[in-house]
Design a protein around this ligand. Structure first.
Ligand code: NDP
Length: 280
């Protein structure tokens, strides 16, 4: 079974659209997202455009702040401070990565936790860790949404997460743990990766290396979630999992593109609505 992330994402966006419509009719206000992009990285530009497009699809307000590559950290922090107190803005996101002269940590910490739609702020990470999440981080939440949509049991399953980034690996491991999975996290220093992957009932791969996972590393009927987005020399996008190779032995698999990517965006939009409801 191929998990159609695009279709699930459209269902989520439609639910949000109806709720936004009702808020607008009853209170004459709509949730608003501020998107900050620094520099002109082509991949970041595509992500920002997709996020803005999703906002307009559900009737939310979005405002883009496109800053030049050489913007100072001070100016960026000033903008965030202004947006923190802007009553029309309920979610703020700064597209990562930022140029090298800007300290990402300082930027993440400048966004007030109540408008932190990415769930990157240490306060929100702490809330998530202690089982008291303010909002859920977008990509991990999208993965859980996809698994639950397909009625895939997580409880008591062995979930192997390959990758330990703050954005994907660590938080998805945490969410799977909260769903009562037994979780193993692997990374570049893991010595017996193949043996561990072989034990996975559910594998989540967030490494950033094209076709990194092949069928020789997996058991039959495994559930495969491919988070990777890799651009091949021919310009095509592919995941971390060798899809052609693995799809025949997997019980479920997310494709790239059309899997986790669209789910991440719809969870972001859902988070803007969540922040709006909590701030109001
Ligand atoms: P990072 O580069 O931050 O993390 C990659 C992780 O992979 C690291 O923990 C690293 O280990 C691990 N790793 C690298 N090489 C190996 C190896 N040989 N064996 C085992 N583990 C290894 O990436 P992100 O988590 O930010 O992103 C991962 C991928 O997911 C990228 O392709 C990114 O574009 C994509 N992505 C997709 C999203 C979506 O919406 N679909 C959202 C976010 C990311 P170590 O810590 O030891 O260095």
């Amino acid at each position: 079974m191929i998990i159609d992330g695009k279709k699930i994402s459209e269902e989520i966006l439609e639910e949000v659209r109806l709720e936004v419509l009702s808020i607008k009719e009853n209170h004459n206000i709509v949730p608003g997202l501020a998107v900050i992009i620094v520099g002109d990285d082509p991949a970041s530009r595509i992500y920002v455009n997709n996020k803005k497009k999703a906002c307009s699809k559900v009737g939310m307000y979005s405002q883009e702040y496109s800053l030049p590559e050489n913007t100072s950290q001070e100016n960026l922090l000033k903008l965030i401070e202004k947006l923190n107190s802007d009553k029309n803005i309920h979610g703020i996101l700064t597209q990562l990565p930022l140029p090298k002269h800007i300290d990402e940590k300082a930027v993440i910490e400048a966004i007030c936790p109540e408008k932190d739609v990415d769930c990157f702020h240490p306060t929100n990470v702490g809330r998530l860790l202690t089982g008291n999440a303010y909002v859920l981080p977008c990509t991990p939440a999208g993965i859980i949404e996809a698994l639950e949509h397909e009625k895939i049991d997580i409880s008591s399953k062995h979930c192997v997460v390959v990758g330990r980034s703050n954005i994907v690996g660590k938080p998805i491991a945490l969410l799977l743990l909260q769903k009562n999975a037994t979780v193993t996290i692997c990374h570049s220093k893991t010595s017996n990766l193949k043996d561990i992957c072989m034990q996975a009932d559910i594998i989540v791969c967030a490494v950033g290396k094209a076709n990194f996972i092949s069928k020789e590393m997996l058991k039959n009927d495994v559930v495969v979630v491919d988070v990777g987005i890799n651009r091949l020399p021919n310009g095509k996008i592919c995941g971390d999992v060798d899809f052609q190779d693995v799809e025949p032995i997997a019980s479920y698999i997310t494709p790239v593109p059309g899997g986790v990517g669209p789910l991440t965006i719809s969870m972001l939009i859902k988070n803007v609505l969540e922040c709006f409801k909590k701030i109001k």
